[in-house]
Design a protein around this ligand. Sequence first.
Ligand SMILES: *Cc1c(COP(=O)(O)O)cnc(C)c1O
Length: 499
Amino acid sequence: MSVVGERLQPTIFELSRPGRGGGKIPHPPANALDRIPAAARRAEAPALPELSEPEVVRHYVNLSALNYSVDSGFYPLGSCTMKFNPKLNEWAARLPGFAGLHPMAPDETAQGTLAMLHELEAILAEVSGMDAVTLQPAAGAHGELTGILMIRAYHRSRGDVERTEVLVPDSSHGTNPATASMAGFKTITIPSAPDGGVDLAAFTAALGPKTAAIMITNPSTVGLFEARIGELLEATHAAGALAYMDGANLNAILGRFRPGAAGFDVMHFNTHKTFSTPHGGGGPGSGPVGVRPNLVPFLPSPRVVREDDGSFRLEREGERPSSIGRVRSFFGSTGVLVRAYAYLRAHGAAGLCEVSDDAVLAANYLKARLAPVYEVPFERACMHEFVASAADLKRRTGVRTLDIAKRLIDKGYHPPTIYFPHTVEEGMLIEPTETESIETLDAFADALIEIFHEAETDPELVTAAPHVAPVRRLDEATAARQPNLRWRGMTGAQTPCPD
Ligand SMILES: *Cc1c(COP(=O)(O)O)cnc(C)c1O
């Protein structure tokens, strides 16, 4: 076995036995090899594992059972919106007309997909109060980069080339400063005020003729609606800068706050968070970007154009020279966009308001259940997520937030986000989402409260957790710095990779 642990199993290479196979697949014709040019043929057969069909099926089914997922349990991962993904979306994404469309198909044969994309753009524009939307970016972080590149193009188009700075609050997601740097800007970090919002005085002091943009996450990464949003936006525009909204937390404000109408110039959506799509394992996402009229000329190309006769086509090369160009191959993560479209159409306007209302209610309920035990640094009603802290518990017992997270695994839960945002000591960012029942929320609160009492009476029980997981604590620093991502089999005198 490559990794120890009673529920782990050998790799598929270790299970392999020479000559074993399914044997049910018709053999290729005798002259199949002749059809492949000699130069393109392998000299030796590849060292593929050889197993019977039931062995393969069991191997992968058992491996998949080691995964924790939204379909198997509660997933309170703050900042990620791990909501249940309706199976209807999967049906829609697999419809042959969508799934089987070749990405280079001519516009005439892609009318259905183009119409869906065009309509999705319009729905997202309505939800956000923006004027136009691009569906190209592959994820939220990519949407940020797309938005900031449009802001850069806007300032340049006006000959305003002295704007080299982007203001970012200290609680922001790491992708915000990374985006600003990638687009060639200098990031200026703005401290938070004690109430968790942006410190207005520090913000206005940093704002000036060098400011290209501000990037604000609203609701913020501590789960609070940015109370001074009006002042922040007014000051930004008065300084000639543009306002970018990180829309990753849109799940809290659907139908209640429209960023474009409020004065934001550009924002991204994480459709895989707000509008469902299984995510978390690094699978494809989608990060559409909405813009106000001032940025429309710079939208990535090609856009979907609706002709007067009602047909659709993609913009032609060079048709809109002001565009920042293409940011993604073909037309984005179309399968993810079909899921978002299905989700939006299934819910409708009233349903989307309900999504947010329920998400906010669930978070406030959990917060109220935990507040008598854990510290809750921000008392104000939260949005769809909230921060709890174990700072005092750590001082008294030595049990840290990391230990609580590991102990939650023993109790059958995926831990919440921990140590983010960095502005809260021993923080846990908890996001229940709207798709959980009150029984689930209560059981999770009970588990967290139980761990709190365990920490007080038997701290070693918590610091040694997890006790029942397939693997114990991993050396995360080594795993991050020297990742061992490749299994090497025993060939000849070679020994297997020792680690
Ligand atoms: C998830 C998230 C991002 C990044 O989005 P991806 O789709 O993961 O690239 C950016 N900002 C915030 C606040 C987020 O929660």
